[in-house]
Write a protein that binds this ligand. Structure first.
Ligand SMILES: [Zn+2]
Length: 285
């Protein structure tokens, strides 16, 4: 499946930044992709875009084209989300999972939330694309805040579960983003976060031509760096799973793809990673 990617417009502004994970100011150029440059932090090994576009310009990219892309692909995306959650043994029963307030950040057209609502969850969404958020609210009857989690009007410690599918790699300020998540999550609540895995096999094979090395991704996490991002903010990393050995259109024989898909899941070098991060009950930062 093709990842949504839009080339930055001429009007966008960007600036040099320090490492978003550890604050280190030195970096080493890694890949040039279109007009974007991915660099690596020598200290924590995070790969991120530098210079980086401003958040306001990044948000502007999620326009009508993005909405159409989401509508066309929503069923495939839902299937992938459900597969990932099943892989990590997500409990779809809201009663046994705690009390059932779930927030989907980057919920797009809301198909996942609609599915969860039918399963008995109290569903809420956050979406920066206005058309997608309106669709979720008006057509699906959901409760989606159009904007960012940093500006969303939720009460502190409200959610039992927060779900992020292919969102965190688009965020410019992950400190503020994770603090906002932590604020609205109950102590004992969990975050399920899916993101491309730069420590996986495909990234090592394709390097700068890797399908996730695109101008829309501000950060390309490895299993280590995504865990560090959550741990540094007081989360406990319960587990992770990876999947995807080769993508369908990679040009390699089907047998190789089948073998790599299976082994990547077993040995953890898949193209995408999902983590389960727990906010401890004695959380205090
Ligand atoms: Zn760093």
């Amino acid at each position: 499946m093709k990842t949504f990617s839009k080339l930055p417009s001429q009007n966008e502004n960007s600036s040099l930044i320090v490492c978003p994970l550890c604050g280190e100011h030195k970096f080493k150029a890694l890949w040039s992709v279109e007009t974007s440059v991915f660099v690596k932090c020598p200290k924590c090994k995070l790969v991120y875009q530098n210079p980086q576009p401003l958040a306001i310009d990044v948000i502007d990219r999620y326009d009508e084209t993005y909405f159409k892309y989401e509508i066309e692909n929503e069923k495939s995306f839902l299937n992938l989300i459900l597969l990932g959650l099943k892989d990590i043994k997500f409990d779809f029963n809201p009663v046994s999972s705690n009390h059932g307030n779930i927030l989907d950040i980057g919920c797009a057209t809301g198909l996942f939330l609609e599915y969860m609502k039918k399963n008995g969850w109290n569903t809420f969404g956050v979406e920066v694309c206005e058309s997608a958020g309106n669709y979720a609210n008006n057509i699906r009857g959901l409760d989606v805040f159009i904007g960012t989690i940093e500006n969303a009007p939720y009460k502190d410690h409200f959610f039992d579960v927060i779900h992020l599918s292919h969102v965190i790699e688009h965020i410019t300020d992950i400190t503020l983003f994770l603090e906002s998540i932590s604020r609205v999550l109950k102590p004992g609540g969990v975050v399920y976060c899916t993101t491309p895995n730069i420590s996986g096999f495909q990234a090592k094979l394709f390097k700068g031509k890797w399908r996730s090395a695109i101008p829309d991704h501000m950060i390309l996490f490895s299993i280590k760096t995504i865990k560090k991002a959550f741990r540094d903010r007081g989360f406990y990393m319960e587990k992770h799973k990876t999947w995807g050995g080769l993508c369908a259109n990679s040009g390699y024989p089907k047998l190789i793809k089948t073998v790599l898909d299976k082994t990547s899941k077993i040995f953890g070098f898949g193209d995408v990673v999902i983590i389960k991060a727990l906010k401890p009950t004695n959380y205090s930062t």
